[in-house]
Design a protein around this ligand. Sequence first.
Ligand code: FAD
Ligand code: UDP
Length: 387
Amino acid sequence: MYDSIVIGAGIAGSVIARQLAQKGGRSVLVVEKRDHIGGNCYDAPDRYGILVHLYGPHIFHTNMEDVFAYLSRFTEWNLYENGHQVVADVNGRRIPIPFNLNTLHMVYEERLAEELEKKLVAAYGEGSRVPIMKLRENPDPQIRDIADFVYENIFLHYTMKQWGQTPEEISPEVTGRVPVLISYDNRYFQDKYQGVPLQGFTPMFERMLAHEKIHVLTGTDAGELLRFGEKEIFYRDEKFSGEVIFTGALDELYGCCYGRLPYRSLRFDFSHLDADDFQDGRSVVNYTVSEEFTRITEFKYLTGQENADGTTIVREYPFAYAGKDGEIPYYAIQNKENEALYERYRLRAAQIPNLYLLGRLAEYKYYNIDAMTKKALDLAETLIKEN
Ligand code: FAD
Ligand code: UDP
């Protein structure tokens, strides 16, 4: 018998399993329905030997010293010297995003750009980060003109592809992730640490889960071993009173009894090219006004792989998750209605005192890897203190 059961071997499940085992001295069973660990961070070489991220490009980035130190116990890093940089392809012209003062000087002629720069600095302060939806509220017609340019050329079409909705219709926090920068900073993230694990994400997860008190079962849906009653959990038909940490989609745990929680999904279209380079040394190019895909990632520039023969790229095509076989829910669509539905499931789960919800799916939130790691560390701490 195990002391604790963790459902899902993504970053949330793996971090908490490690902490419960190592710090809490628990024997932990990790149940993962995919045939590998790592969740959406999973990477592996493709058949051409190029390391690819099977569930979309993942760049670790954080300002949290404790999170960086913790993950560094399981991996060395390839930290990007100049940060992660992204350009938008606007009808064939490539401009730095987030939109910043470099972008401003590319799209406006020099004298006007100077004038606009002064205005932006006066209005928001040098170095500030202004969400596009805020910039659009500025009464100054010249600033509004910049806002319209950014909205139309960077946000509107990309957001329609990604979410099937306009920037007005989705939560402002989502577009706020990529604010207009009143600085000459071309980096996509402003965090102190940004990069990828030196040998890849999967080896980092392997080391994290390699502990004598952790047993990992991949290719196993939690439903095969566990049954969730109204107030208790059964493991192989016996009542299980240890803690169960669930990191999957909460509606699916309850057979979607109150209706499906809406998610966006993605189809990844990988191609291998018999060429040295596809997008001029850039790891990620966003297609913000054209195409049906949102972005193209060229993996060797993301991972720093030097011995690559040819190059492998992936295009991302978003669509509405319908729960069909093989579909994966990637993004919770956060709005009042969906959160109210989530709340019904959460209240039902709260009736089971030893069930804990953790993770991007189980909490119906838009977490990055670092925030997820932090939450898992905190929950482990609480559980270890309580018992
Ligand atoms: P997941 O990684 O989804 O893990 C949950 C696991 O639970 C999965 O492996 C799933 O198979 C398993 N599971 C679910 N239900 C069951 C069940 N019933 N039984 C058994 N197992 C089950 N974050 C960043 O910081 N930087 C990035 O660049 C970045 N890029 C991203 C790109 C894309 C396309 C996406 C979708 C996300 C990106 N993220 C990024 C976010 C990052 O993927 C998440 O923060 C992280 O994966 C969340 O970890 P998790 O453990 O909560 O979820
Ligand atoms: N976004 C956009 N154009 C871009 C980049 C981002 O419209 O070129 C919007 C879009 O709505 C996206 C959101 O900003 O979903 C957040 O972008 P981010 O890159 O943070 O999304 P991620 O890929 O990390 O989920």
